[in-house]
Design a protein. Structure first.
Length: 166
């Protein structure tokens, strides 16, 4: 998850009693990060890009807005094939790639495609909030994506692509 002020977030999380790492510079994602494990042993990274040195915008309650973006990890059986798919079909670009990792960017979204291992053996899932679901649906169809159906509007929610085949 990305923050406007990683030092303040680190201090706040530590003050709540969390066991977390020190802040480190991670070049391959171009961020300064700290990490923490949740009760289910999921690894969470909190970071700030190297270029962010601006005042944090405030939430409605007047408190600084700490989190800006998430960095989902999606386990893949074949990282190279997944990178190709995310580039060619979903329109992402490669930020960084090695045999067991693909850091993919599109618009303001970054995600990690990681090798499925004993440590990362489950399935991954992430949601993307988009400006125009219909336009993105048409783009994905034109690129040959396996989309389960057109965007559907749900009560009390935004339009989204179906999650399961009907």
């Amino acid at each position: 998850m990305q923050s406007h002020d990683v030092e303040a977030l680190h201090t706040a999380v530590r003050s709540r009693g969390a066991n977390l790492s020190s802040i480190e510079k991670v070049n391959w994602i171009k961020m300064r990060i700290f990490e923490i494990r949740d009760p289910d042993d999921n690894l969470l990274w909190f970071g700030q890009t190297y270029d962010v040195h601006q005042d944090s915008p405030s939430r409605r309650d007047g408190q600084p807005q700490g989190l800006r973006h998430a960095l989902p990890e999606l386990p893949c059986d074949n990282v190279a094939a997944a990178v190709t798919y995310y580039c060619d079909v979903l329109g992402f670009r490669i930020n960084y790639q090695q045999h067991d990792l693909g850091v993919m960017d599109r618009d303001a979204i970054t995600l990690l495609l990681i090798a499925r291992t004993e440590e990362h053996k489950g399935i991954g899932s992430c949601g993307f909030y988009v400006a125009d679901a219909d336009l993105l649906y048409e783009e994905f169809l034109a690129r040959g994506a396996r989309v389960l159906g057109p965007p559907v509007s749900y009560p009390l929610g935004s339009p989204r692509f179906p999650r399961h085949r009907s």
